[in-house]
Ligand binder design. Structure first.
Ligand code: IMP
Ligand code: MG
Length: 184
């Protein structure tokens, strides 16, 4: 086969952890909670690129109240050093001025918590009216810094997952319609 990705997928090298139907059901529940909590308020959903983009687009289609979206990108690695040093770099900033806005950060996964902590610090320094966090996945046992998360889709075990926006650090597998674990 010519396409190595297709080859790997069709050879079932990725085990399904969360199937598409389970994902969509949970996302509609999260969307209901968010809709209720932001009734009659302005809302800006901030998606962290690139991993959060699939989640954001499904989530927002289930939130019927008016809201805005914006994007930012961060890099967990600086000069080849790993994120265990606890520093992330903003590689693309928001276009929106978030002062006095209700901001909901939409993340794919919270792992050690370093990324989220830094992004929250930055956004808080811009004086939003409120700042909450929604993550699809939470690898709680990996947490190194405590961060408050308001909406969690799924608690998952300490396994490296791909699909539904998440990549293998080479940019692949984001298009899988489910969350999977690569078989070693
Ligand atoms: P943290 O700073 O350790 O919380 O890492 C958060 C970021 O690491 C996420 O936004 C992902 O980009 C990446 N990450 C952590 N765990 C996984 C995983 O299991 N699969 C894919 N990316 C992950
Ligand atoms: Mg990411």
């Amino acid at each position: 086969m010519d396409n190595p990705l297709l080859y790997t997928v069709t050879n079932n090298d990725i085990d399904t952890l969360i199937d598409p139907k389970t994902l969509q059901t949970r996302i509609t529940e999260l969307a209901k909670d968010i809709t209720r909590d932001y009734q009659n308020q302005d809302l800006l959903m901030v998606c962290i690129l690139r991993g959060g983009v699939v989640f954001l687009t499904d989530l927002m289609r289930n939130i019927p109240i008016p809201h805005l979206i914006d994007f930012m990108a961060v890099s967990s690695y600086i000069d080849g050093r790993t994120k265990s040093e606890g520093r992330v770099r903003i590689t693309m900033d928001l276009l929106t001025d978030i002062e006095d806005m209700n901001v909901l950060l939409v993340e794919d996964i919270v792992d050690t918590g370093y990324t989220l902590r830094q992004v929250l610090e930055l956004l808080n320094s811009r004086s939003p009216r409120s700042l909450r966090v929604c993550t699809l996945l939470d690898k709680h046992e990996r947490r190194e810094v405590e961060v408050n998360i308001d909406y969690v889709g799924f608690q998952i075990p300490d396994k490296f997952v791909v699909g539904y926006g998440l990549d293998d650090q080479d940019g692949h597998w984001r298009n899988l319609p489910y969350i999977g674990v690569a078989r070693k």
